[in-house]
Design a protein around this ligand. Structure first.
Ligand code: IMP
Ligand code: MG
Length: 334
């Protein structure tokens, strides 16, 4: 799997962090490049009994030989980046592209008021106003911040060189297809495109260099903030089903709905997905908790997986059976 892109097919929070942490360990990934918007994302990683909530660094930090890059399309909040570097102790393998734009306090302030806060219900992390300033060509870039100096690199150059040498490379998308500024539920969406093509552009990889696109779906659908969610359940019903979740970045309640085949199919198309990773199967089917082989899954779980494969026409290769990086069924040919 030389170059693989990982994206979410719903509204974010489908478990990209878990999938990427597993892939980095299992496939000994040489480089993971973080794509997507910026610190509005929260990727949860559980490894060796510890839980991490990553907003800037790639979730592949758990594999200690993986180089961790942030592509030029990504917005950087230096304060959050430094906290995560300290938390994970991986300062020697972090690289930030010189052209990343910098989130400043004024962007966060603007994101916490007016229609962004009240109507769109953004994460308040400053990403929308920062991208707006980037479009106006007045934003500050990473090479203008002296504390970032020792991390600065040319991410497209590093990633493409690794691909050309046949090394395993992951491109970590953030948010979800239906939060895309182009393909999502405008105006209830994030501040840029977040499909697989955009993720490649964020890190400077051309379309001919990508081998696999893994689209991540959760066994049910959730969304935080404003905007439509077809077949939305009440919080009480979500609690009953065990789907009641709280957002990683903002602590808000996530709204939930059953798995949406129509949205999923369209997301497979928009991202050119070649594989599906299905997470939280253990929440739908508790008897599957911790399973590591397909045979261990219950008949109900297998029927659900088969239905997804039939509808998507793409194989479900990875099945999450718990929060830990290693709680997974891997059906890829190795
Ligand atoms: P913004 O990206 O902070 O501008 O927020 C715009 C919309 O996208 C809001 O509805 C947020 O809740 C949602 N959003 C942004 N990032 C994420 C994410 O990583 N997971 C889930 N929802 C997100
Ligand atoms: Mg999240």
């Amino acid at each position: 799997m030389p170059c693989t892109v990982v994206v979410c097919g719903f509204f974010g929070d489908t478990g990209k962090g878990k999938i990427i942490s597993y892939l980095s360990l299992r496939d000994k990934i040489a480089i993971t490049a973080r794509a997507g918007v910026g610190p509005n994302a929260g990727h949860t990683v559980v490894h060796e009994g510890k839980e991490y909530k990553m907003r800037m660094l790639p979730s592949a930090f758990v594999y200690d030989k993986c180089r961790l890059l942030i592509g030029p399309g990504v917005l950087v909040n230096p304060e959050i980046l430094f906290q995560e570097i300290q938390l994970t102790g991986c300062q020697n393998r972090v690289g930030v592209d010189r052209q990343c734009a910098i989130i400043e306090p004024k962007h966060i302030e603007a994101d916490k008021k007016g229609h962004l806060a009240q109507k769109i219900k953004t994460t308040g992390s400053g990403t929308g106003p920062c991208n707006a300033e980037r479009a106006l060509r007045t934003v500050k870039l990473a090479h203008e911040v002296s504390e970032l100096e020792k991390f600065l690199t040319d991410v497209p150059q590093e990633v493409n060189a690794a691909i050309d040498e046949g090394k395993n490379v992951l491109i970590e998308g953030t948010q979800g297809t239906y939060l895309s500024l182009y393909h999502g539920t405008y105006p209830y969406c994030t501040s840029k495109d977040v499909t697989a093509s955009a993720a490649c552009s964020d890190v400077g990889v051309g379309p001919t260099k990508v081998d696999e696109v893994i689209i991540v779906f959760k066994a049910y659908t959730t969304r935080v903030g404003g905007g439509p969610l077809p077949n939305e359940l009440s919080w009480e019903e979500a609690e009953k089903r065990g789907w009641a979740e709280v957002a990683t970045v903002t602590g808000r309640r996530r709204r939930s709905a059953p798995f949406n085949y129509e949205l999923a199919k369209r997301a497979v198309m928009l991202n050119g997905a070649t594989q599906v990773a299905l997470t939280k199967i253990d929440v739908m089917f508790p008897e599957c908790k911790g399973a590591k082989s397909y045979e261990e899954l219950s008949k109900e779980a297998k029927d659900f997986i088969r239905k997804i494969e039939r509808e998507m026409k793409v194989p479900v290769t990875l099945i999450g059976t718990g929060p830990d990086a290693w709680e997974i069924v891997d059906r890829r040919k190795s």
